[in-house]
Ligand binder design. Sequence first.
Ligand SMILES: [Zn+2]
Length: 485
Amino acid sequence: MALEWTITIVGRNEFGDTCRKEIRVDKSWERLFDGDIGLSIDDGKTIMAALQSAVVSHEAETYSLFRRVCPDCHTLRSVKDYTTRKVRTVFGAVKVRNPRWMLCEKCYPGMVAAFAPLKEICPDRATPELMELTARLGSMMPYRQAAKVLAEFLPIEPTETHATVRKRTIKIGERLDDQIASEEQHARSQTDERRQMEMQLPGDRRKEFVVSIDTAHVRSVDRNSARNFELVVARCGRGGRGEPGGRYFTTGSTNQTALRDRALHALQQEGYCGFGDVTVISDGAEILKRLPRAMPEPTAHIIDWFHIAMKIQPMQQIVNHIVRSQSSPFEALPTIDRDIRAVKWRLWHGRIDRAIHDLERIVAGLQQAQGEGEFSIARLYSLGWQLLTYIRSNRGALVNYGKRYRSGLRVATTLAESAVNSLVGKRMVKKQQMRWSIHGAHMLMQVRTADLNGELRDRLRAHFRQPEPNVPPLFKPKPPLLRAA
Ligand SMILES: [Zn+2]
């Protein structure tokens, strides 16, 4: 026994052409006993591919015909030639007739040129939807896996492999990057103007804008250069702790201007107009220090509190152990526990000079006690020295964290760190065997960032938006024209 279904679709265009297509789905009785009730994904693929083929062909034909009419004299342009063109869509690739029309001989005498109308509506040979979907998946998972996922659910041609996914992802990334670069220019000129205004309006303070910034190390594909390169990942937002984190930005270019332009662009989307306080919070990495130096005044740079705390924590652990075991170093350093806690307290409250002074004393004491030959002392000395160096070299970026905290302001780069995880982490860092080019990584991150900022679709739509071609005003085809067509 067989169960047969027929789907009929009918298309009609303004020229009065109709197109009719029947799609048959055979469902054998036996399939029911295999549990195959209803349509399967494969049936769906077959049906959608057939429907798509009918719709795309009809639309392509109609559009070509519509573009054959000269907008000036409303006669039909002559044919240069016909080739075929493949239009790739989420529901399969469709081969369509691809005519090229000559420019109108009457309206453009002496000009011999032709154009392909389909290029106007499908410049990529893949639809924007397919491009976007491919790029989005490609930015979230390995290219090979993305290609498999696409083919799992959609009637995608077998020729569309991980290489296709990579190519489309990078291409979309480049588009987003270009778009942002041109917006950056605008952002820059606006802040230049506002900077002058700000001088005339002293005391006009807005709420703080915070840029939390961090780096991610990515393995380099270029075996001749350094093993790793860094991606800068940031989140820019307004306001303090507990408020939404704001926009993401990511860049593989770590020069000062590039960082500033990306940051200004992201801040502007958050309402920054070139005045108001900007605070950059980082772990003090040299690359990241470039940003606050390049931002409009007033911009403050703060060292992430947790980086300081994390440097003190292992010291405290060692000291706790010494105190608990009452081992011999304890006799040499009876106040070490209290001293280290005091350093932390002073740092939290922004008493940097005192903290440095105390720490110098602790380190000197540890150096002397090292003679005891205790491993824990040597370790403590080395940690103390590292902390001292870190604090000295970031002295200008240490603030009264306690005060900021009590006023509800941010003191840590937790936002940036979680951004590194959600943007770069799974895709690039944890898969250690994967290697990247800076260009590829940067472009992929543009896709990922736009997606996370919730604007991928809008940005791509804005790019694909074609100017509507010059249409004859009376183009509601009239009977004589229809006959001519
Ligand atoms: Zn003409």
